[in-house]
Design a protein around this ligand. Structure first.
Ligand SMILES: C[S@@+](CC[C@H](N)C(=O)[O-])C[C@H]1O[C@@H](n2cnc3c(N)ncnc32)[C@H](O)[C@@H]1O
Ligand code: SF4
Ligand code: SF4
Length: 360
């Protein structure tokens, strides 16, 4: 929830991040930390190879190692921790991690496939203090869901969303839809189903070759089979859909994002990226990277997080970010970076206010 103190903190963070990104300098503030908390996965998605390459969780940061990062995150004035994977709910200590970050004064998000969460697990995740849960769902037709995700999980997803919204501690729900040739004609039905269930946000992400961990990349064959078939028609459809969602006060992609959907397949930047300045990724075994593509080899097991961020090696990788022309339209990167543009702040104050309220 936005308070006057939060608002001042956010304005300060924006100033610091913007200056570091555009005028150079170390810029020690990192408002958002993405934790890729595990490589393990229980799904079998066609769009993501995480489940094929998952290694044993043996080298993953322990609960203690994760929560020991809090003092450094406070020094970096981090506000938000976003937990993802692999499938983060496979970690039995997830609730302890979430509660630990909440106790430390951070807002916490979870990204999950949710198909295997029973009511008791949903309730314990919500009770641990989550601010928002993002549930991935690429189809509301059971057979199509199974074809895309490799598991017969739609009923579980729907039940988990229902429970997150109506359990003892209801929390805001966002739906993540990865758009591919397998569901490009179903987006309106997906949105309608979740609008009916009272979710707060529905966002669409074009399928990417590389989207979560530096070592994962889909093959040319998979990309040519799954990339959307007609981006022009898809953009028009998404624009109509986004207008309808906004009229129902459901958050969705920005028009800027939709207008640049094809940049997921173009080696060019739609807007300046703030990876490494606004957010960093911490990998399951502790490596700290500016984003899902650039690796630093720097590890929180060897140095405090804020020292890593302030180091010359990390600064070197950040310079790569400013020159990056990778095909990249991940919402977590582009939509987040977009909020740091002065023009966006000026013309969309209400939208930024609502999003901050939902996420903090
Ligand atoms: C890697 S998953 C990790 C969290 C969790 N396992 C899940 O599926 O929600 C994070 C997000 O990436 C999305 N995703 C999967 N494959 C993708 C791809 N090729 N391009 C873009 N996003 C993708 C997922 O649908 C999900 O919303
Ligand atoms: S998208 Fe999520 S659920 Fe699917 S394979 Fe990747 S990590 Fe697993
Ligand atoms: S635009 Fe480039 S630097 Fe930014 S998140 Fe995407 S791959 Fe990383």
């Amino acid at each position: 929830m936005l308070t006057p103190k939060n608002t001042i903190d956010l304005a300060g963070a924006f100033g610091s991040v913007w200056i570091a990104r555009h005028l150079g300098g170390r810029g020690g503030r990192i408002p958002l930390v993405n934790f890729i908390i595990t490589r393990e996965c229980n799904s079998g998605c066609k769009t993501c190879d995480s489940w094929k390459t998952a290694r044993s969780g043996a080298d993953e940061l322990t609960t203690e190692e994760i929560l020991d990062l809090r003092p450094a995150m406070r020094r970096m004035k981090t506000r938000l921790v976003s937990i993802s994977g692999g499938e983060p709910t496979l970690r039995g200590d997830l609730e302890t991690v979430i509660a630990g970050f909440k106790d430390g004064g951070f807002a916490v998000h979870l990204n999950t496939n949710a198909f295997n969460l029973d009511g008791a697990r949903v309730d314990s995740l919500a009770a641990s203090g989550l601010n928002v849960v993002y549930v991935s769902c690429d189809s509301v037709e059971p057979e199509c869901y199974k074809a895309i995700r490799g598991v017969d999980g739609l009923a579980g997803v729907i039940e988990a969303v229902r429970r997150f919204r109506s359990g003892p501690r209801p929390i805001p729900v966002g739906i993540n839809v990865t758009v591919s040739r397998m569901n490009e004609n179903e987006l309106e039905r997906i949105a309608a189903r979740f609008v009916e269930m009272g979710v707060q946000k529905i966002q669409f992400v074009p399928i990417h070759r590389r989207h979560t961990m530096p070592e994962l990349a889909l093959s040319d064959e998979v990309m040519s089979e799954l990339a959307p078939s007609n981006i022009g028609a898809l953009k028009n459809n998404l624009k109509r859909l986004a207008r309808r969602l906004r009229r129902s006060f459901i958050a969705t992609n920005s028009d800027f994002f939709i207008n640049h959907f094809e940049y997921a397949y173009k080696p060019a930047r739609a807007a300046p990226c703030f990876a490494g300045y606004l957010f960093v990724d911490i990998m399951p075994s502790g490596e700290v990277n500016p984003c899902h593509i650039y690796r630093t080899g720097l590890n929180v097991r060897e140095a405090p997080l804020d020292e890593i961020i302030g180091s010359e090696e990390f600064a070197g990788q950040r310079r790569e970010v400013t020159r990056c022309d990778a095909p990249c339209m991940m919402t977590g990167c582009l939509e987040t970076s977009l909020r740091c543009r002065l023009s966006y702040l000026l013309f969309h104050p209400m939208e930024i206010y609502r999003q901050a309220n939902m996420h903090l």
